[in-house]
Design a protein around this ligand. Structure first.
Ligand code: AMP
Ligand code: GLY
Length: 428
């Protein structure tokens, strides 16, 4: 069967890499893709949110299933667009419809959902411009640090955690009265600060049953020792030593099952991934956020640990028969180290020639921001490529990732050398 994969990051390269291992695949198209996805299929110069062009392409290339990588097309309703079209509605889309994508697209929607279905999460209240004064008074009742979240999508920048009351009040005013994040901060969620260690659990569901995929920890800050600005993610490790079987069972009982059952009770269909950002609070999991897609760079460590045919899982989910297929996992550890452009996540340059890719032997390279330029591959984004290795334990996997990262170069390239170090010494 022919597949169309939407997106252009490291996550999508990992999907493309995994899908080409499927016996069910005939031809893979990626829109818009990057220089890495082009090694596994045909890149199509089309935006992942250009729905009319996607329709034409799907019909003229006999596409039998569409996989959506990023949240943007989902929140904008790509799945609903297919269902509303006579010619497209029989084609399964892996990724939820617009309403369910609100689990990521609106913090207020997702908090209400969690409270309605008894999913453990931080206490919260939501404020608008009209209730700004109530919000300022509410802040006075809380202990620092304060967690303020723009309700809508804000390119990963919408969460602010000020440590003083004065800063928190200024931030709330900036978000609500001065539209700091535009329409996204027309509503602001203020919530209780959760202590603990973060990790992410991924679930794949057809809305009827579900599979829990490997858990992962990512490294969000640009600097070693978790310092500096937040990024899209600088590396990841799976499995996570502090998420043992007992912890994952708690996640399943207290979070995954109430979430899937909650969607059913609310009459919200869901086919796709649910990314659950969690805080491990002394052995008790609490939800920080839901995302309606896989994580990046978490996908680059989760998919290499899945032995099963991913396309077979997608096809079964499209028919709401996910329970009929099994999920087999690789018990080894996967690590990924992200190489970024100098200056990222601030201003950075593109178009730097990348060398050494042909010398990498210890890791799989997943391209994120790259493109072909003549015979060369050049950087084309902030996060440029991820080096994923498998090993018996974290150290062995890291050896593979770092050896690869040290082999590849471009002007100004940077990666964190401390990915996974905190987990090496982690003790229960
Ligand atoms: P989010 O976009 O909701 O994932 O938030 C971004 C980051 O802010 C999370 O990865 C956490 O590190 C932090 N964060 C969000 N909510 C909380 C909370 N209630 N308590 C502590 N940290 C939080
Ligand atoms: N790595 C975090 C994310 O994909 O949102």
């Amino acid at each position: 069967m022919n597949i169309l994969l939407l997106g252009s990051g490291g996550r999508e390269h990992a999907f493309a890499w995994k899908l080409t291992q499927s016996k069910l695949l005939t031809k893979l198209f990626i829109a818009p893709g990057n220089a890495g996805t082009a090694m596994h299929g045909v890149n199509v110069n089309m935006s992942a949110t250009d729905f009319p062009s996607i329709k034409d392409f799907v019909l003229s290339n006999n596409i039998a299933l569409v996989v959506v990588g990023p949240e943007d097309p989902l929140v904008k309703g790509v799945h609903d667009f297919f269902l509303a079209d006579e010619q497209l509605k029989h084609i399964p889309v892996i990724g939820p419809q617009k309403q369910a994508a609100q689990l990521e697209g609106s913090k207020d929607f997702s908090k209400q959902f969690m409270f309605r279905h008894g999913v453990p999460t931080a206490a919260y209240r939501t404020f608008t411009k009209e209730t700004l004064n109530d919000g300022l008074t509410f802040l006075e009742t809380l202990q620092p640090p304060y967690v303020l979240k723009a309700d809508g999508l804000a390119a990963g920048k919408g969460v602010v955690i000020p440590s003083t009351l004065q800063e928190a009040k200024a931030e709330l005013k900036a978000m609500l009265a001065d539209a700091k994040f535009g329409e996204a901060s027309s509503r602001v969620v203020i919530e209780e600060f959760l202590k603990g260690i973060e990790l992410s659990v991924f679930v794949f569901t057809d809305g009827v049953s579900y599979k829990i995929l490997p858990a992962a920890k990512d490294y969000k800050r640009i600097g070693e020792g978790d310092t500096g600005l937040n990024t899209g993610g600088m590396g990841a490790v799976s499995p996570v030593p502090f998420a043992d079987d007992a912890f994952i069972r708690k996640v399943e009982d207290r979070i995954v099952i109430p979430t899937i059952e909650g969607l059913k009770k609310d009459g919200i269909p869901y086919v796709g991934f649910i990314f659950i950002g969690l805080m491990n609070d002394n052995g008790d999991p609490k939800v920080i956020e839901y995302n309606c897609r896989m994580g990046d760079p978490e996908t680059e460590v989760v998919l290499p640990r899945i032995k099963s045919d991913l396309l077979e899982l997608f096809v079964a989910a499209g028919k709401k028969q996910l329970s009929s297929v099994s999920l087999e996992l690789d018990q080894r550890t996967a690590t990924t180290v992200m190489m970024v452009a100098g200056g990222y996540p601030g201003d950075y340059e593109k178009g730097k020639v990348i060398s050494g890719l042909d010398k990498v032997t210890t890791a799989t390279v997943f391209h994120a921001g790259t493109k072909a330029s003549g015979n060369e591959i050049v950087s084309n984004g902030g996060r440029v490529m991820a080096f994923t290795a498998l090993g018996n334990g974290i150290q062995e996997a890291l050896n593979g990732s770092f050896a690869a990262a040290n082999t590849v170069k471009f002007e100004g390239c940077y990666f964190r050398r401390d990915i996974g170090q905190d987990l090496l010494n982690w003790k229960q």
